[in-house]
Design a protein around this ligand. Structure first.
Ligand SMILES: Cc1cc2nc3c(=O)[nH]c(=O)nc-3n(C[C@H](O)[C@H](O)[C@H](O)COP(=O)(O)OP(=O)(O)OC[C@H]3O[C@@H](n4cnc5c(N)ncnc54)[C@H](O)[C@@H]3O)c2cc1C
Ligand SMILES: *[C@@H]1O[C@H](CO)[C@@H](O)[C@H](O)[C@H]1NC(C)=O
Ligand SMILES: *[C@@H]1O[C@H](CO)[C@@H](O)[C@H](O)[C@H]1NC(C)=O
Ligand SMILES: *[C@@H]1O[C@H](CO)[C@@H](O)[C@H](O)[C@H]1NC(C)=O
Length: 648
């Protein structure tokens, strides 16, 4: 069996994060060219060493790494098509979140949000989220990854992952004058000459200087290298744009294009994997797939000689496992699927970043600001020319390069200890999804111990507040304590899965958001901010008491910033885990999961990518595990050995 060390060496994680809720003034470009099938079905072999389910962000990286070995054969099956629209490369695509290359899923009504139904973000195209996301790319703090490792996942801590973050990315530096004027800092040693280019825009709106200073006056630190393990305070973070061309750097041009001519690598687009096949020893032997959009399409079987790796994303990886008889027994029974492994963790532990929209009016705004300036046609024309001629200027800012990543003790210095106490004493079962069985609750209890520790730390963030020189903010809860579920629809197992974020299910989340709302007010009462003349719009000034803020949050919170993750957690089986630190699915062999679903706890950003696997420097003799990909930054995880107990 290949050692875990081998896989980790082969990994090269990339962290990307993104925000779904930015205000944007950029034009949407609507041309789309969706092309089917890199190879045709007639050219697909009947067996491959590795079969990868889902050619999204993780799947493409993994395919590229695995196929570095010329003796290995790899097939990627992707439900979406290639998205060759030129607009996909433009900085403006970071905020357009094109719907035609996403799944169409709406969450179940959210009890704690007055019945709100979240329109779910999930990519459906080659390259997955990396092809359409907000390009906001940053890494978690060291404590985030160390928490994962402490949950029983050796090798997944900061020290183990950092070399792969470095390896996967090239940082294109901004021009020195901008860097100096804006006090932009980064650690060059945290990057290499990796395939993903990240950069800071050389044009920055001057208002971010004021916002940055206000965060510092309100208690935030300002670390030098937010990518070097110190992602807390107010940091500069890059976007996944190649600086020279101002175009998106993503899985397709970073990993697929250089690999696509390898004779052992095939990608079939526009086909859906229905399920994984097994022999009598519960060893995965391949997949069954069928063509998208063809009525009564023939089901075709492809064999895997070494391993099947599922990278269908945080919503569909659980669904593929469940359809294959691996999941909660009650669900499989209800759907009439034979139970291969009763694994209640599959589709549990779903996390995303809940977000509240907080806004102000700036009564004495700077003359140069995104709203007014872009509304001035002379300025807007100059901006368009700057982008097309110099690959620079305001239209290249995309989702921005600066934000606060604020630890809870900074947000609520007086109250945080009591909040943690309350959290640790909460009776869990009533605040977790009703479908949770004992293993799920035990796993959450283990996570709770880790989360409580993170909540008390000053080197780890709970709020992310991107700064865009605008008076509207996304206040993002980047470590949600609540847990949701994603289950196949028992009445139609091929329909879209049923998504329940269970936002604010754990009341401590809302309690933290209340502190966040108050801290943002404090930021706007700083001396630095007074230059802009801020006046509250939302929540309005008369929303003051705990009850009033909570009522406002019930209306003002949404469940997602497009960061679905954690639904097949890397944890021990008895704690509701789905994969081990080697990425192999518990209870079977020859099958692994390697995408955003395996993070036990959502990181401060989201991340993703990377993967790898490659070569055979250490020959795998056995079934191997596979490859992982990794994602990154996550935060936390559950601890394994001391399961904390939960209900007192
Ligand atoms: C609109 C949007 C904006 C975002 N912004 C940011 C950002 O700015 N920064 C950031 O870090 N993160 C951002 N994210 C999140 C980030 O892009 C994702 O976390 C990441 O891409 C997930 O990678 P993945 O490989 O796990 O899944 P994906 O990239 O989603 O890949 C899964 C793939 O599997 C395919 N698939 C599903 N089911 C099947 C099946 N049965 N058979 C075959 N194929 C299947 C899907 O079509 C998809 O292509 C954003 C996401 C979205 C959707
Ligand atoms: C989602 O709906 C859009 C139309 O609004 C469509 O173009 C797209 O193909 C749908 N996605 C999927 C995965 O079917
Ligand atoms: C990045 O682009 C800006 C604007 O075009 C330019 O000033 C800067 O020198 C570029 N950086 C590098 C490393 O080329
Ligand atoms: C519009 O922008 C141009 C160029 O930046 C500037 O000279 C002009 O004064 C602006 N017009 C208004 C009405 O602000």
């Amino acid at each position: 069996m290949t050692s875990l060390g081998f896989w980790r060496r082969a990994l090269a994680p990339i962290a990307i994060l993104s925000w779904a809720s930015f205000v944007t003034a950029y034009p949407l470009v609507s041309e789309q060219v969706l092309k089917r099938a890199e190879i045709k079905i007639e050219d697909v072999r009947d067996n491959y060493d590795y079969v990868i389910v889902g050619g999204g962000q993780a799947g493409i990286v993994l395919a590229s790494r695995l196929s570095e070995d010329p003796d290995v054969t790899v097939l990627v099956v992707e439900y979406g098509y290639f998205n060759n629209a030129p607009s996909v490369l433009q900085p403006s695509s970071a905020t357009s979140y094109q719907r035609n290359v996403q799944f169409n899923i709406t969450s179940v009504p959210q009890t704690e949000l007055d019945g709100y139904k979240q329109s779910v973000f999930a990519a459906c195209c080659v390259g997955g989220g990396s092809t359409i996301n907000g390009m906001l790319l940053n890494r978690g703090s060291a404590a985030d990854y160390d928490a994962w490792e402490s949950l029983g996942n050796p090798g997944w801590g900061w020290e183990g992952l950092y070399p792969y973050f470095v390896k996967s990315q090239t940082l294109d530096e901004p021009n020195p004058a901008t860097a100096e004027e804006f006090d932009m800092t980064w650690g060059p040693e945290s990057y290499s000459d990796g395939p993903i280019h990240v950069s800071f825009s050389s044009f920055q709106w001057p208002g971010v200087k004021i916002q940055r200073q206000a965060l510092i006056e309100a208690g935030a630190e300002a670390p030098v290298d937010g990518s070097g393990g110190d992602a807390y305070g107010v940091i500069w973070y890059p976007t996944a744009l190649n600086n020279a061309t101002a175009t998106r750097s993503y899985a397709v041009n970073g990993y697929w294009d250089p690999a696509k001519d390898r004779p052992g690598l095939d990608l079939l687009a526009g086909w859906r994997v229905d399920e994984v096949t097994f022999n009598d020893d519960k060893h995965a032997t391949g997949i069954i797939m069928r063509e998208r959009g063809v009525e009564d399409a023939e089901r075709i079987t492809i064999k895997s000689n070494r391993e099947v790796v599922i990278t269908a994303g945080a919503l569909h990886s659980p669904q593929v496992l469940q359809r294959s008889g691996i999941g909660p027994k009650w669900l499989l029974d209800e759907a009439g699927i034979d139970v291969r492994v009763d694994l209640p963790g599959v589709g549990s532990n779903l996390q995303d970043h809940a977000v509240a929209g907080v806004s102000y009016r700036f009564n004495s705004n700077l003359e140069l600001n995104p709203q007014d300036s872009m509304a001035n046609s002379t300025f807007a024309q100059w901006a368009a020319r700057e982008l097309s001629e110099n690959h620079a200027g305001p239209l290249r800012v995309a989702t921005g390069n600066i934000g606060g990543l604020i630890p809870f003790p900074v947000i609520d210095p007086e109250g945080y200890e009591a909040v943690i106490d309350e959290y640790l004493n909460l009776e869990l079962a009533p605040h977790l999804p009703a479908s949770y069985v004992d293993e799920n609750v035990a796993g959450y209890a283990a996570q709770r111990a880790v989360m409580a520790d993170l909540m008390a730390r000053s080197d780890n963030a709970f709020l992310e507040l991107p700064l865009q020189a605008a008076p509207g903010y996304s206040a993002v809860l980047i470590k949600v304590l609540s847990r949701g579920t994603v289950h196949l629809d028992p009445t139609d197992i091929y329909a879209e899965p049923i998504v329940d974020y269970f936002t604010y299910g754990i009341p401590t989340d809302k309690r933290m958001m209340r502190s966040i709302v108050r801290w943002i007010r404090k930021v706007h009462e700083t001396e630095a901010m007074s230059e802009l003349g801020p006046e509250p719009v939302n929540p309005p000034e008369d929303v003051v008491t705990d009850e009033e803020i909570d009522a406002w949050l019930t209306k003002g919170t949404t469940c997602s910033t497009a960061h679905n993750s954690c639904s097949n957690p890397m944890m021990p089986q008895e704690q509701g885990g789905v994969v081990g630190a080697d990425l192999l699915v518990h209870g079977v062999t020859g099958l692994s999961v390697a995408d955003s679903s395996i993070m036990p706890i959502i990181p401060a950003a989201d991340i993703i990518k990377e993967r790898h696997a490659g070569k055979t420097e250490e020959p795998a003799e056995e079934p191997v595990e596979e490859a992982p990909e990794e994602e990154e930054p996550v935060e936390e995880e559950p601890v394994e050995e001391e399961p904390v107990e939960e209900d007192p």
